[in-house]
Every structure is written in structure tokens, then in C-alpha cells.
Design a protein around this ligand. Structure first.
Ligand code: NAP
Length: 302
């Protein structure tokens, strides 16, 4: 039986429409819209394309968007002063510093300078702590894990009491999604196991999973025989395994593969995310949702 496909591209459209409608309502009632600033240092082509996508999405949902592009020569002090300016700017609800930063700037120092109440990426230690406490403490769950949880919920997968196995323990995906799934409440209340390179028998853990979340960055790591029949499989991995010529543009584009052997896995799983078009499109969507939430917290309507 072929698994149900959980398409991030479709869920993104639903959520962006919901955000657009809510922004319109807030504007009518309170006369304000969410404000997002994206700070880009230098001209790294990949960073430019990520920032462009974020800006386009922010415009689409009706946000006020400021693109603040800085020269690669900006000093750490000047960048910290810029962040301080946006921390104090009442019209800005979310501050995003596009990484990586040039080597002469301490990334950690810069990210930690963002007001935790405007840290819509959810990486500030205060927000990491809030996520760990759970419940009403949580303000901004980090965007990729938040996207994963949203996909599981919107796919109608039961999480309460489910065995969740997370492959990978990074600070941006593995640890936060594991933490989110074990909290009490909707879309969570699961029994969670995290596995990593120190785990003795990866296969046996994965075979227990009702929900298998894979974020290892190793193409095809998860074999079909590791998947419990009917399980929900969320493949976070995005691995460049080659290049092909795009039919649309005639230009070379990357061939992307996930961490799961998709073709074989889809015959066993109950539901599965594709790569590309699965978790990927959810990250920027959740960034928009966090920025909207930030304004709602400020207005006392969250
Ligand atoms: P990461 O920081 O490299 O962490 C990878 C984790 O996987 C580590 O904890 C590592 O274990 C574990 N791992 C690696 N190989 C393993 C193996 N053979 N067996 C068991 N565990 C293994 O990566 P990340 O930033 O979390 O990203 C993971 C993947 O998700 C990447 O492909 C990345 O491109 C993708 N990603 C996608 C999105 C998106 O779609 N929006 C966002 C973020 C990441 P150790 O800790 O023991 O080394």
C-alpha cells in the first residue's frame, strides 16, 4: 500500500492563507501589521536567495518588511548597534540575522543580542529554555521543528501515546523536535527516543517508531526494513547528490535526496514527506507564523 504523501508545499499554502487573513483582521482592528527585519551581511549568493524568499513571503502575507543589507566589512560593534536599534523599534516584531556571518564577527554574540521577544528564529537561549519548560512558556518554537510538528498534526497523525524516534540531536532540529513531542498537549504527549552516532542499534529503535523523524544529513540512511508498517515518516534531510538541468530554466540545479530511501519507504509507511517539497517549505512559513505571534503577544491577543 502506498503511503499518504504529506506535502509541505500544500500545507505552506494553507498556513500562509491563514496568516494573511489574520494579518488583515489585526490591521483592521488594531491598525498595525507584523514587522520583520532581515539583516544580511555581505553578498553570499545562498544567503541572498534565502533572504529574498523570506522577504517575498513576508510581503505576500502583508507584513511590513525591512531588508537591511550591510557590507561585509561591518564591524561586530556596528552590527550589535544595529540590532539594538531594531530591538527598540516598536514597529519591528521579528529580527532575523541571516547566517553565516563573516569570520570577524562572533555569531553567538550577535544572536544573543536579539531581544528574546523578537527572536522569531527561536535560537536565543531564553527561547530554548522556554521551549524546554513547555506549555504557555513557549513563545517562538524554532521554525523547522515547528514545521515538522505542524505537518504531523495537519496530516491527522495521532501523537498522544505514540512512540516517536528522532534520528539526530542537533540544536536546530533533533533536540528541539524531540523536546516538543514529549510535552503535554496537542500534537505532542509522545514517548520520545533520540538516536545518534553513539546509538548501538539504530535499526531496532527506528522499527519501534509510530512517528519517525529523521534529521541526520546522510542520504538514504534509513532503510525500508527499519520502518514500522503504517508509521508516519518525516524526512528532514536535504542532501545534494548531484546536478541536473532544469526543464523550466535550462540551468543546472541540484538533485536533492532525503535521509530516507523514499521509493521503498513509501510502500511501507502510512504517511511520508517527500524531499524536496516536504519539510523544506515549512521553515519560512513558520518564521512568518512566529512573527505574527510576536505582534499578537505584544497586543495581548495571543
Ligand atoms: P547536523 O547538525 O549535522 O546533525 C546531524 C545529526 O544526525 C547529529 O546529531 C548526528 O549525530 C546525527 N547523525 C549523523 N549521521 C548519523 C548516523 N549515521 N547515524 C545516526 N545518527 C547520525 O544536521 P542538522 O542541521 O540537524 O540537519 C540534518 C539534515 O536536515 C540535513 O540534511 C539538513 O540539510 C536538513 N535540514 C533541513 C531543513 C529544512 O528542510 N528546512 C532545516 C534544517 C536542516 P552526532 O550528534 O552523534 O554527530
Amino acid at each position: 500500500m502506498a503511503a499518504k504523501l504529506i506535502k509541505g508545499t500544500d500545507i505552506r499554502e494553507q498556513i500562509l492563507e491563514e496568516i494573511t487573513a489574520e494579518v488583515k483582521q489585526i490591521k483592521e482592528k488594531h491598525g498595525v501589521v507584523p514587522g520583520l527585519v532581515t539583516i544580511l551581511v555581505g553578498e553570499n549568493p545562498a544567503s541572498i536567495s534565502y533572504v529574498t524568499l523570506k522577504i517575498q513571503t513576508a510581503h505576500r502575507v502583508g507584513f511590513k518588511e525591512i531588508q537591511d543589507s550591510q557590507s561585509v566589512d561591518i564591524t561586530e560593534e556596528q552590527l550589535l548597534a544595529l540590532i539594538d536599534k531594531y530591538n527598540k523599534d516598536d514597529s519591528i516584531n521579528g529580527i532575523l540575522v541571516q547566517l553565516p556571518l563573516p569570520k570577524h564577527i562572533d555569531e553567538k554574540k550577535v544572536l544573543n543580542a536579539i531581544d528574546p521577544d523578537k527572536d522569531v528564529d527561536g535560537f536565543h537561549p531564553v527561547n530554548v529554555g522556554r521551549l524546554m519548560i513547555g506549555g504557555k512558556e513557549v513563545k517562538f518554537p524554532p521554525c523547522t521543528p515547528a514545521g515538522i510538528q505542524e505537518m504531523i498534526v495537519r496530516a491527522g497523525v495521532e501523537t498522544s501515546g505514540a512512540e516517536v524516534v528522532v534520528v539526530g540531536r542537533s540544536n536546530i532540529v533533533g533536540k528541539p523536535i524531540a523536546n516538543m513531542m514529549l510535552q503535554k498537549g496537542k500534537g505532542a504527549n509522545s514517548t520520545v527516543t533520540i538516536v545518534h552516532t553513539g546509538t548501538k542499534d539504530l535499526a531496532s529503535h527506528c522499527q519501534r517508531a509510530d512517528i519517525l523523524i529523521v534529521a541526520a544529513g546522510v542520504p538514504g540512511l534509513v532503510k525500508p526494513e527499519w520502518i514500522k508498517p503504517g508509521a508516519c515518516v518525516i524526512d528532514v534531510g536535504v542532501n545534494r547528490v548531484g546536478e541536473k538541468i532544469s526543464e523550466k530554466t535550462g540551468k543546472p540545479i541540484a538533485i536533492l535526496r532525503g535521509d530516507v530511501d523514499f521509493d521503498a519507504a513509501k510502500e511501507i509507511a502510512g504517511s511520508i514527506t517527500p524531499v524536496p517539497g516536504g519539510v523544506g517549505p515549512m521553515t519560512i512559513t513558520m518564521l512568518m507564523l512566529n512573527t505574527l505571534k510576536s505582534l499578537k503577544f505584544k497586543l495581548g491577543i495571543a
